[in-house]
Write a protein that binds this ligand. Structure first.
Ligand code: GLN
Length: 391
């Protein structure tokens, strides 16, 4: 039999699925995979329920419902001052995961280079490699995760087609600074490169940290494709609604990709997310402040259990160094150990690196978008586990 795709045959199951399965097998509290443990906002679900009954329920326009595309353009203007033409510069996708694939397939040719900043979300690399392009990585170093500018400059070459920038960043919780974005923009201009901007956590920023879309910097409006996710912005990860904003000439090949990947996304859900995006600023501020309180709650719980907690300014995630518990194995071993013994699961940060030899092996990522009682229970279990270890 002939071999199937070299890239996809070689891949395992994602770490998120693997750890969720292990958590359920052992009855552990799942602080691994990033998803809220409630059903999401009642008001948005009510709009969707009505739209399912009233319609439309047949194929919507390929680029997305006009209601949602107008709302995406308006949100770009309201939050970032971007002037976006909804008809030529926005498109709706089935989640940010599809948006990422559409952008990468739509922009890359075999032989191109794409820069990834590690730790990197797991869906980027296989798509880049499947189209025959080459990944070039730049690694951030814990615990501060600052961008090494010399290494970044060295990563750019004449073959660089694009850089993939994830801010606020999973799993680090890093929000890229204006100075870092300026440095990336200067290199993109020097090398005539594009950016695919994974901004799914754009509204989940804390403690006064400001999310700055790269697209808002001088010279970047025509070089960036900016990706948002209703899953994160409205705590509805199962709905699979994402959206892309970008200049018309870049959106054209990206839309051609979408046309043959999913073609469209359920119209009642698009209408409900359009309604959500039109809510006032307090709606978005409330989401961020409630998550900030959860971050602080879990940070305290992890610290009380003896873990060394790293700062996090955005996303659903907080990382912790477990060496302070006297655990000497790898991060993968630690996450499996606490799933089985403490009955709390987490994600090993090394899973966000292609080469395990380059990855830190002492950090576990915990998800805090859970009910307060669940976070408290997880903290108590970890504390009891640590005590049992003599920690
Ligand atoms: N983005 C989620 C996380 O980092 C996982 C999504 C998925 O499982 N595909 O936990």
């Amino acid at each position: 039999m002939r071999a199937a795709s070299r890239v996809f045959s070689g891949l395992g199951t994602t770490i998120f699925t693997t750890m969720s399965a292990l958590a359920s097998e052992h009855g552990a509290i799942n602080l691994g995979q990033g998803f809220p443990d409630d059903e999401g906002p009642d008001d948005i679900r009510a709009v969707a329920a009505k739209a399912i009954i009233d319609g439309p329920n047949q194929y919507p326009p390929m680029m997305g419902m006009s209601e949602l595309r107008r709302a995406v353009a308006a949100a770009n203007n309201r939050f970032y001052g971007l002037d976006i033409d909804w008809q030529s510069e926005t498109m709706v996708t089935s989640g940010a995961t599809e948006a990422l694939a559409d952008c990468l397939i739509g922009l890359l040719n075999p032989g191109d280079e794409a820069i990834l900043i590690e730790p990197a979300y797991d869906s980027y690399r296989p798509i880049i490699e499947a189209v025959g392009a080459k990944v070039v990585t730049v690694a951030l170093e814990p615990p501060h995760w600052s961008l090494p500018l010399q290494a970044l400059e060295a990563a750019f070459s004449d073959r660089t087609k694009l850089i993939l920038l994830n801010t606020p960043m999973n799993p680090t919780g890093k929000v890229f600074s204006r100075a870092e974005l300026d440095a990336i923009a200067a290199l993109m201009i020097r090398h005539d490169a594009y950016a695919v901007c994974d901004e799914v956590y754009e509204h989940l920023v804390f403690s006064g940290a400001a999310h700055i879309p790269l697209m808002t910097l001088p010279g970047m409006r025509e070089r960036c494709l900016r990706i948002g996710s209703a899953g994160k912005t409205f705590s509805l990860t199962g709905w699979r609604i994402g959206y892309i904003t970008g200049p018309a000439n870049l959106m054209a090949p990206v839309a051609k990709t979408h046309q043959f990947v999913t073609f469209t996304t359920p119209p009642p859900l698009q209408l409900a997310i359009a309604w959500g995006l039109e809510q006032d600023d307090a709606y978005f501020a409330q989401l961020a402040s409630s998550l900030q309180a959860k971050r602080d709650r879990l940070a305290k719980g992890l610290a009380d259990a003896g873990l060394d907690v790293l700062p996090t300014d955005g996303t659903y995630f907080i990382s912790a160094d477990f060496r302070s518990l006297g655990f000497n194995g790898t991060d993968d071993e630690f996450c499996r150990e606490i799933t089985v013994k403490a009955k709390v699961s987490a994600i090993p940060v090394s899973a966000f690196y292609a080469d395990p030899a380059q990855a830190p092996q002492h950090l576990a990522r915990f998800c805090f978008c859970k009910q307060d009682a669940v976070l408290d229970d997880a903290s108590a279990r970890l504390k009891a586990y640590a005590k049992g270890q003599g920690g």
